[in-house]
Design a protein around this ligand. Structure first.
Ligand code: FAD
Length: 625
């Protein structure tokens, strides 16, 4: 049989949220890229919640967009309902969220992928990783010893025997490695309802000496909306003036659909308690950890035993379907218990379940085995992104995908890698947390994880990241031009706010007083300036107001950022031998050797490494603080 071989610069495995952003990023940067996925009809599929964004996550979507990614544009084109969460709190907490039309979202992502230059999307199931040892291309050998030379990735082999050769491969297989789904006592192999599992890749990773562990996640039942009594539920409409996710979208013009809210009842909790021994998490059928902050309904009933009710959101899955996602009732209880549970929920007494909830257990590769570029420390050229790194959520996956894809392309071009700082982006916080601290439960983003969250707002993601994206080749000329125009408008508004005075104070100073809002500030300006300010674009005004109000806080955060940057400038060579520092505590030595931080700032964030350890390390690297 003739062996078929294809050659690329970057091969991406899996076209979920991480894989599509990875492939798009690599291709935007000019790398010849192949995106291989088991099923072309599930490109960009939302395995769980039909929604994008939320607290901490909405900021990530704005950053993905500012870096030229697809997620923001796709949700703007296909969203059913848009809300800005936490509006009553300060701007650092404002978090956009949207309900998606699940099918249209997926089709839009696939369309964006299909339209991308340098990118080929193919339906292929990857079964084997190929590595290069010296001049020889081979399947991974047996587990290498600690002193074995680091192999380089050479490509992948797909079902049917064809080979895709590439010096870089990005692995984004989500929940599909050795995946097992549970509904009550019933177990099925597969990473998502109706789909199979991938076994070959886990074997290859193991043989390369890459550690794999198990996590679990769950999903709620979906109901037929025709059978829900919405009059018994509370209405939750979208925002009156919905704001787009993408900095390229001028306005959202589609009509918005409402969501509804209902609650569990004490009778539901009694039913769950009576059937706990049939829940895989409680019967011992599942041992792996799941997301603590996104617990199943059986977890909530046990952990918050005194609560009389839990809120449930009824979210439409699309405009052309009656299917409704029941947010808040993720479960792997048996089918008969799920049926009985809805009979006891107001508004859902007669509801028909269209898909039952289930939990899935899968392999992930602990991310402390990665460099800050998301490249493996054990296999040169092999990058990891998304749920395979122990994260959960489309946004977290997309963000990692973009960075991994960009770094694969940069490596092929022999250019400087892209590593975002914790002071530059939530994406920087996410990746630094993963590679520096690892994970002990599925990782999701929260605003509280970002120490500089006043700098990392959703409104300024373009100012923070688009110039960087343009330098790497990630952002289009159109995006750059839009940002330039916006910054010009912000400067003009800021100039007026600084120079126009009222009762001895500039308008900027006036805006710092809590009782002065924009309307009041306009009333303080002379007619000509007031007219110009009133006519300025809303996004430029928003930026200028936030800049004026928070100037003092931002300056204080900047001082701390500068201190950390000085630490980050103290590089630690990859070959640094921690055993040489005889006075270093055993725990610090062991953790530093495992994580291999690239600089002192990263070393200082490793849990168990103390300021005294850092001082010792600094003395050995040479130079003071
Ligand atoms: P995925 O979106 O899973 O994409 C992986 C892709 O890889 C798929 O297209 C698959 O077909 C492809 N693939 C797999 N193996 C191969 C192979 N060998 N060759 C080629 N292609 C391959 N997130 C939350 O935030 N909250 C939740 O409550 C939540 N619940 C979830 C419940 C379930 C049941 C599941 C399955 C996921 C849940 N998630 C949840 C997680 C969310 O779906 C993921 O975080 C997100 O989809 C991860 O994106 P990804 O790109 O890493 O992987």
């Amino acid at each position: 049989m003739t062996e078929v071989t294809y050659d690329y610069d970057v091969v991406v495995i899996g076209a979920g949220h991480a894989g599509t952003e990875a492939a798009l990023a690599a291709a935007r940067m000019g790398a010849r890229t192949a995106l291989l996925t088991t099923n072309l009809d599930t490109v960009g599929q939302m395995s769980c919640n039909p929604a994008i964004g939320g607290v901490g996550k909405g900021q990530i979507v704005r950053e993905i967009d500012a870096l030229g990614g697809a997620m923001g544009r796709a949700i703007d084109a296909t969203g059913l309902q848009f809300r800005m969460l936490n509006c009553r709190k300060g701007p650092a907490m404002h978090s956009p969220r949207a309900q998606a039309d699940k099918r249209l979202y997926q089709a839009e992502i696939k369309r964006i992928v299909e339209e991308q230059e340098n990118l080929e999307l193919r339906q292929e199931g990857v079964e084997e990783l190929l590595v290069r040892e010296g001049d020889r291309e081979t399947e991974p050998p047996l587990v290498p010893g600690p002193s074995s030379p680091i192999p380089s990735i050479a490509g992948v082999r797909v079902r049917g025997g064809a080979t895709y050769r590439a010096p870089t491969v990005v692995l984004t297989t989500g929940t599909f490695l050795q995946a097992l789904m549970h509904t009550g006592e019933a177990k099925t192999a597969g990473g998502r309802a109706g789909e199979g599992t991938s076994a070959g890749i886990s074997g290859a990773l193991h043989r390369l000496g890459i550690r794999l562990e198990r996590f679990k996640t769950g999903t709620p039942p979906r109901l037929n909306g025709r059978t829900i009594d919405y009059t018994a539920c509370d209405l939750q409409p979208g925002d009156d003036a919905p704001q787009p996710f993408s900095f390229l979208t001028d306005e959202l013009t589609q009509s918005q659909l409402p969501c509804h809210v209902t609650y569990t009842t004490p009778a539901v909790h009694d039913l769950i308690r009576a059937n706990l021994e049939r829940a895989p998490m409680y019967s011992g059928q599942i041992n792996s950890s799941g997301p603590r902050y996104c617990p199943s309904i059986e977890d909530k009933v046990v952990r918050f035993a005194d609560k009389q009710q839990h809120q449930l959101f009824l979210e439409p899955e699309g405009r052309n379907t009656r299917e409704v996602y029941v947010n808040g009732v993720s479960t792997s209880l048996p089918r008969d218990v799920q049926d009985a549970m809805f009979r006891l929920i107001p508004g859902c007494e007669r509801a028909q379940i269209m898909r039952y909830g289930y939990a899935v257990e899968y392999d992930y590769a602990p991310p402390d085995q990665l460099q800050p570029t998301l490249e493996s420390k054990r296999v040169a050229g092999l990058f990891f992104a998304g749920q395979i790194n122990g994260t959960t959520g489309y946004e977290e996956a997309g963000a990692q995908g973009l960075v991994a894809g960009a770094n694969a392309a940069l490596k092929v071009a022999d250019r400087e890698p892209l590593v975002l700082g914790r002071d530059e982006a939530y994406i920087g916080v996410l990746i630094d947390d993963l590679v520096t601290c690892g994970v002990d439960e599925p990782y999701r983003m929260f605003t509280s994880r970002a120490e500089y969250r006043l700098l990392l707002r959703q409104d300024n993601a373009d100012r923070r990241l688009t110039p960087l994206a343009a330098r790497c080749g990630l952002a289009s000329a159109q995006r750059e031009a839009r940002l330039r125009a916006k910054l010009g408008q912000v400067d003009r508004v800021a100039h007026l706010l600084e120079t126009v005075r009222y009762q001895g104070r500039s308008l900027s100073e006036q805006l710092r007083r809590p009782e002065v809002d924009w309307t009041a500030a306009l009333a303080m300006a002379p007619a000509e300036a007031a007219a110009e300010l009133a006519g300025a674009p809303a996004d430029a005004v928003e930026q200028a107001i936030i800049d004026a109000r928070y100037v003092g806080y931002v300056a204080r955060q900047q001082t701390e950022v500068d201190r950390q940057r000085r630490l980050a400038e103290k590089r630690i060579p990859a070959t640094f031998d921690y055993a040489r520092i005889t006075h270093l505590r055993h725990e610090a030595r062991e953790k530093l050797a495992r994580v291999q931080p690239t600089n002192l700032a990263q070393a200082s964030r490793i849990s168990g490494v103390t300021p005294a350890d850092i001082t010792l390390l600094m003395a050995h690297l040479g130079g003071g603080r």
